[in-house]
Ligand binder design. Sequence first.
Ligand SMILES: C[S@@+](CC[C@H](N)C(=O)[O-])C[C@H]1O[C@@H](n2cnc3c(N)ncnc32)[C@H](O)[C@@H]1O
Length: 289
Amino acid sequence: MFGQVEAVGASMRVSSPKKMGLPARAFVIMLRMAPGGIQNRMWKWWYQKMAKANDDSAFRFMNYGFEDGKGPELEDVDEPNRMFIQLYSMNIRGVDIEGKQVLEVGSGRGGGASWIAKTHSPTKLIGVDFSAKAVGHCKQWYADQTNLEFIEGNAQSLPFEDETFDVVYNVESSHCYGDMSAFVSQAYRVLKPGGMFCWTDLRDSKTMDTLPSVFKSKGFEIVESADVVQEVICALDEINEAKMKAIEEQVPQSVRRSFETFAGIKGTPVYEGFVSGSMAYHRHLMRKP
Ligand SMILES: C[S@@+](CC[C@H](N)C(=O)[O-])C[C@H]1O[C@@H](n2cnc3c(N)ncnc32)[C@H](O)[C@@H]1O
C-alpha cells in the first residue's frame, strides 16, 4: 500500500483533533480514551487490517524514522528504507549483538529485524508481534535468513523462558500496549543477568516523563537516555512528500486523513505535537543487573 515510504505511529494525547476529518478525529480520540484492554484490542485490529490489506513485500517498516546525519553505510537494496533503518540503528547503538541471542518485541513487517540479523550477526534473532498476519508475511519474506525467526506473541506475556536473551529491543511499538508495566516486567524476565534492553518510542510528554521510573521499578539500570524528537522530525520532513503521494495514490479519500494522521504527515496532530513539544520521542538504553 505504501511501498517503501511508510511510517506509522499514534499518540494517546494530542493537541487539536477538531481540525481533522471525522475518521481521523475518531481514531485519535479513541486512542486517547481507550483503557488498557480495549487499547490492546484496537491496535491488534488495526495492525491485522494493515497486514491483510497490504501483502506488498517492499513495505517492510512501520516507524517514523530517524535522521541525525550519522547513519550507517547501507547496501543499495536498503537505501530506500534508510530513515527507518536509522531508527533501528540508533536504538541498538553501543550494544554488542554479534554472537548473541536477541529478541525484538513488536517486530511488525520484519524489516528492522532482518537488517539487524543480516548486518550484526546475532546467533539468533527472534521477532515477536501480536499480528498473526504480519508474522505470517515475515516467515515467508525472510525464510532465507537462517539466524532469523518470527513468532506470534503478546509483549505483555512473552512466550519465552526466563533468562533466554542477551538483548531485547523494542522500536515504536510500546505505545500500543495496554499495560506498559507488564511489558517492562516481561522484558526483564526474559533477559539474562547483564542483558541489555534497548527501547525507543513516542508518548505525550507527560507520560514520557514517567517512564524512567517504570523501568527502574522493574529492576533496570538506565545506562543512557536521549531525547530524539528533533531527529525524528528530520526524518518525517525528509519523507513527507513521498508518503503523501503514496497515500494519495493508494488510500481512498474517505480514510485518507486517518492515514495521514497515523503516518505523521506535516500538519497532522502527532507531527505538530512533536514540533510543539506536547509529544515526545525518547530512547533509553538499559541493563539488567
Ligand atoms: C508502529 S508498528 C512498528 C513495527 C516495527 N517495530 C517497525 O518499526 O517497523 C507497531 C507494532 O507493534 C505491534 N504490537 C502492538 N501491540 C503489541 C503487543 N501487545 N504485543 C506484540 N506486538 C504488538 C503491532 O502489531 C505493530 O507491528
